[in-house]
Design a protein around this ligand. Structure first.
Ligand code: DHB
Length: 350
């Protein structure tokens, strides 16, 4: 299974509780009141609580969240179909859409009031919208992240985002016995190019000395390279199909907005559907795309900004390198800039 980020905005945590899925998250999740930025050999602490007036984030793995959601679905007696093939939405611009899929050689049909396309970037939902009805915005970055998961004590109780002339690095964690580390690598690199030893050596080079000295290494239990991409498709509704999460938008991982942006889409949709079915009020459904996109774009802006602040961009103007350096110097010297960072990191209001 792919290992994904595990930094939850407080709004997301609230949504899990509202859906009565938050018990284990509250028991096992770790509250983080700040994080570190390493740059030029020094370590600075960004105090989220101080700069937001008391907010924080929760570190809880996405794989754990998925388990909790499946269990909640089971408790409700909900039906989850696995290994469905040829999933196809039909007549989504009519009043009677339906979805077909094949499972075990049999074709099944589900008649729907609405179809929610929460099937990821490569899913069929977005692709079933006519191309001339969709506007796409995209930016690809000229590097990827090589990530390693290891059963070792994390080097720091706080996340450390590292800006270094050899490239970005991130020290993260899933628990006090499970570490997650990343380093920026060229897009041409393959996972097999990186032995565990080579990974640890490169990570150490990018960390401030006192952090590198503390780093406990061990065998990787997962290792993969992810490219970085920003992407938005508009609108997020076509007829009776509503797109949510990665089906409509992708962020680069820097700042951990991906899962959180999907959660705010679902929050808007959930309340829109409640208003429709309980009160006959369609304003939420009609306004969904505009409302979701307004927040999606703010997450895009923040993820782009964090990415630009922390990575090494090969082959660019020395002028741009100086602006990046100045961006960092300004951030760490300005209460207002730190407040803006913290406000975005803990999550803008839904
Ligand atoms: C993780 C990933 C991120 O992109 C981030 O900003 C913080 C943490 C993670 O995988 O733990």
């Amino acid at each position: 299974m792919k290992i994904r980020a595990g930094v939850l905005e407080h709004g997301f945590a609230r949504l899990m509780r509202e859906a009565q899925c938050g018990e284990r998250m509250d028991r096992e999740g770790e509250i983080h009141n700040g994080f570190c930025i390493a740059h030029d050999g020094v370590l600075d602490y960004v105090d989220l609580q101080k700069h937001t007036g008391g907010s924080s984030v929760l570190v809880y793995g996405q794989t754990e969240l998925t388990r909790d959601l499946y269990e909640a679905r089971d408790r409700l007696g909900g039906k989850v179909v696995h290994n469905a093939e040829d999933v196809t939405p039909h007549d989504i611009d009519s009043g009677a859409p339906f979805v077909t899929y094949r499972v075990g050689g049999e074709t099944m049909r589900v008649d729907c009031d609405y179809v929610i396309g929460a099937d990821g970037f490569h899913g069929v939902s977005r692709k079933s919208i006519p191309a001339d009805k969709l506007r796409e915005y995209e930016r690809v970055y000229p590097f990827g992240w090589l990530g390693v998961l290891s059963r070792t004590k994390p080097v720091s109780p706080d996340l450390i985002y590292v800006k270094h002339e050899r490239g970005f690095a991130l020290c993260s964690l899933r628990s006090q016995v499970l570490s997650r580390y990343y380093i920026q690598v060229p897009l041409t690199d393959k996972v097999d190019d990186w032995s565990d030893d080579a990974f640890w050596a490169e990570l150490k080079r990018r960390l401030p000395v006192e952090v590198a000295e503390r780093l406990i290494t061990g065998p990787s239990i997962e290792k993969s390279i992810a490219p970085l991409r920003s992407y938005v498709a508009e609108p997020m509704r076509y007829g009776r199909l509503f797109l949510a999460g990665d089906a409509a938008h992708i962020v680069p991982p820097t700042g951990a907005r991906g899962l959180n942006s999907a959660a705010s889409d679902i929050y808007y949709l959930y309340h829109a559907l409640l208003d429709h079915y309980q009160n006959g009020d369609d304003r939420g459904l009609d306004g969904y795309s505009a409302r979701a996109l307004a927040r999606v774009w703010k997450a895009q802006r923040f993820s782009w900004w964090m990415t630009m602040l922390l990575h090494r961009f090969p082959d660019r103007l020395a002028y741009d390198d100086m602006l990046q350096q100045t961006d960092m110097a300004y951030l760490l010297s300005s209460e207002s800039a730190l407040r803006s960072l913290a406000e975005n990191y803990v999550g803008l209001p839904f």
